[in-house]
Design a protein around this ligand. Structure first.
Ligand SMILES: Nc1ncnc2c1ncn2[C@@H]1O[C@H](COP(=O)(O)OP(=O)(O)OP(=O)(O)O)[C@@H](O)[C@H]1O
Length: 226
């Protein structure tokens, strides 16, 4: 479902004398439906960079990236947007939302985008926010003033609202208490059970051990000269 082959990435810092940072070379991995794979490796090894390339935010220099048979590398923006709407969910570390949009609508939005009726989308959003212990008093407020953990739970609810066939998770349990961490791990298990292919970064070793089937060390794709 998620397929990376010989992916290379370097950053050229044009505003810093053209300095070049070689991050990845020959990065190859596959994630099958129903599988959760952990990306591991030292800080700065390129875990987030690889996730962002799969999500179509960063361009790969070389190699191929496909999700659900759709080529991400070299895809036009409309193809990437369609892939993100229908197929590939992404729970980033931090919630990025339009100011003043109520939390309930933030969570329901991916469902409306795939054609759910507004009431059904809001019901599902409410169920997820309830499950993730976000108080109902907050649902009609914009999340920008929420605590870090509350924002993360809104972000997770949004990421799990639509049953994406593939999911990218960047530190989904960071800054959560034990109860909510347990809820997130259960959501991941349920997504696996319905056949989602999941690629995640988990610094939380216990969480990783609980839900991941195997690990891919991004350090193995370090460019030789780096
Ligand atoms: N937009 C960017 N422009 C320039 N360099 C970048 C950019 N994004 C990442 N890098 C560089 O790429 C390297 C890999 O960064 P990345 O964030 O992917 O690492 P990581 O493995 O996710 O680290 P961490 O575990 O600390 O989050 C770092 O050296 C970083 O400085």
């Amino acid at each position: 479902m998620i397929d990376c082959k010989d992916v290379t990435k370097r950053f050229t810092l044009h505003n810093q004398g053209g300095a070049v940072i070689e991050v990845l070379s020959g990065a190859t991995l596959q994630v099958a439906p129903g599988e959760c794979v952990a990306l591991t490796g030292a800080s700065g090894a390129g875990k987030s960079t690889l996730m962002r390339m799969i999500h179509g935010n960063y361009l790969a220099e070389a190699g191929r990236i496909a999700v659900g048979g759709v080529q991400v590398s070299g895809a036009d923006p409309r193809t990437v947007l369609r892939l993100r709407r229908d197929t590939l969910g992404y729970v980033s570390q931090f919630l990025r939302v339009v100011p003043r949009v109520p939390a309930l609508d933030v969570v329901a939005e991916p469902l409306l985008a795939v054609g759910w009726a507004p009431d059904a989308a809001r019901d599902r959003a409410a169920a997820l926010l309830t499950r993730l212990n976000v108080p109902a008093a907050l649902w009609d407020l914009g999340p920008s003033t929420f605590s870090g953990g509350e924002q993360q739970r809104v972000n997770i609810a949004r990421g799990f609202a639509h049953d994406y066939p593939a999911l990218l998770l960047d530190e989904p349990t960071a800054s959560l208490d034990a109860t909510n961490r347990g809820v997130v791990l259960a959501l991941i298990e349920e997504a696996k059970a319905r056949g989602a292919a999941i690629l995640g970064i988990f610094h939380d070793v216990e969480a990783r051990a609980a839900v991941c089937d195997r690990e891919v060390d991004v350090g193995a794709f370090r460019p030789v000269a780096a």
